[in-house]
Design a protein around this ligand. Structure first.
Ligand SMILES: Nc1ncnc2c1ncn2[C@@H]1O[C@H](COP(=O)(O)OP(=O)(O)OP(=O)(O)O)[C@@H](O)[C@H]1O
Length: 263
């Protein structure tokens, strides 16, 4: 099976204006980043705060431009000339679904926007797609008339997922998609995502500090520190035989937490 997504020697150099003399702001360099993902696979990105995880997610969805290297989708290198292909096929679920949903627009309006901007579907076809996608994420057609404030946290996260799915993408990228949810809602959303991923054969790349969820749903992991991948491998290999000291600490802390909950 060919790779769905393939990242080769991707780098990013902080292009912000030069830090002032004596300022503590430092330039941040990411990469080189290399990994690949097949359809239906889940990759978790873990690592310390400020290690570059969110930046990598932004590079994957095209919100930031790499300094060098490239990303291929089904063997085609993504460039500025095929932005549309990336826009359709690699979609992001934002960290805080509450803030990322416009409070002044109905959910139907929020879901209509990507369809209006990116497809030739007419009004009726778009309405049908919106209803189908709401159902796909466990919401009702009536929810299209709701506003953000009328929804629970879990329902908002379902809308964020619907917005990511509405253009029939092949890859979903999510930055801490479960962090703001309480544990019972979190497991519902995790299960929903896993079911949708299995049904559609999506590639799923997600960033998380929650190693319990990482172990539960990912096939492979990359561990980041200081802008670099310091360790990568199959999830069970990383959890059972972590090589790097930093990964060992992460895994041991997670294990200690579980042991404390059990006793
Ligand atoms: N658009 C950007 N331009 C320049 N530098 C950036 C940009 N976005 C992030 N950075 C820098 O990249 C570094 C890593 O930040 P990033 O948010 O990716 O870390 P992270 O691993 O996601 O951390 P956390 O777990 O706290 O979310 C930071 O030093 C940040 O200032």
């Amino acid at each position: 099976m060919t790779d769905l997504i393939n990242v080769e020697n991707l780098t990013f150099v902080n292009r912000r204006k030069k830090a002032r003399l004596f300022s503590s702001a430092k330039n941040f360099e990411l990469g080189p980043i290399n990994f690949s993902l097949k359809a239906g696979e889940t990759l978790a990105i873990v690592g310390a705060n400020g290690s570059g995880k969110s930046l990598l997610a932004k590079l994957l969805v095209g919100l930031e431009k790499p300094a060098s290297g490239h990303i291929s989708l089904n063997g085609d290198v993504l460039t500025k000339f095929n932005q549309r292909q990336r826009c359709f096929n690699v979609r992001m679920i934002f960290q805080n679904s509450n803030e990322s949903l416009n409070p002044g627009i109905t959910l139907g309006g929020i879901l209509d926007e990507p369809l209006r901007l990116n497809t030739d579907l007419n009004l009726l076809q778009r309405a049908a797609k919106i209803e189908q996608t709401l159902q796909q994420v466990g919401l009702m057609p009536e929810h299209q008339f709701f506003y953000r404030h009328m929804l629970s946290d879990g329902q908002r996260q379902r809308v964020a997922l619907a917005r990511a799915l509405i253009l029939n993408p092949q890859v979903l990228v999510a930055d801490e998609p479960f962090a703001a949810l309480d544990p019972s809602v979190r497991s519902q959303i995790v299960n929903l995502l896993m079911n949708i991923q299995r049904d559609l054969g999506l590639g799923f790349i997600f960033i998380s500090h929650n190693l319990g969820i990482v172990r539960h749903i990912s096939d492979k992991i990359i561990v980041m520190k200081g802008g670099k991948i310091i360790e990568a491998g199959k999830t069970e290999v990383i959890f059972n035989w972590p090589k790097e000291e930093y990964t060992q600490k992460l895994v041991h802390t997670h294990q200690a937490l579980i042991n404390r909950q059990v006793t």
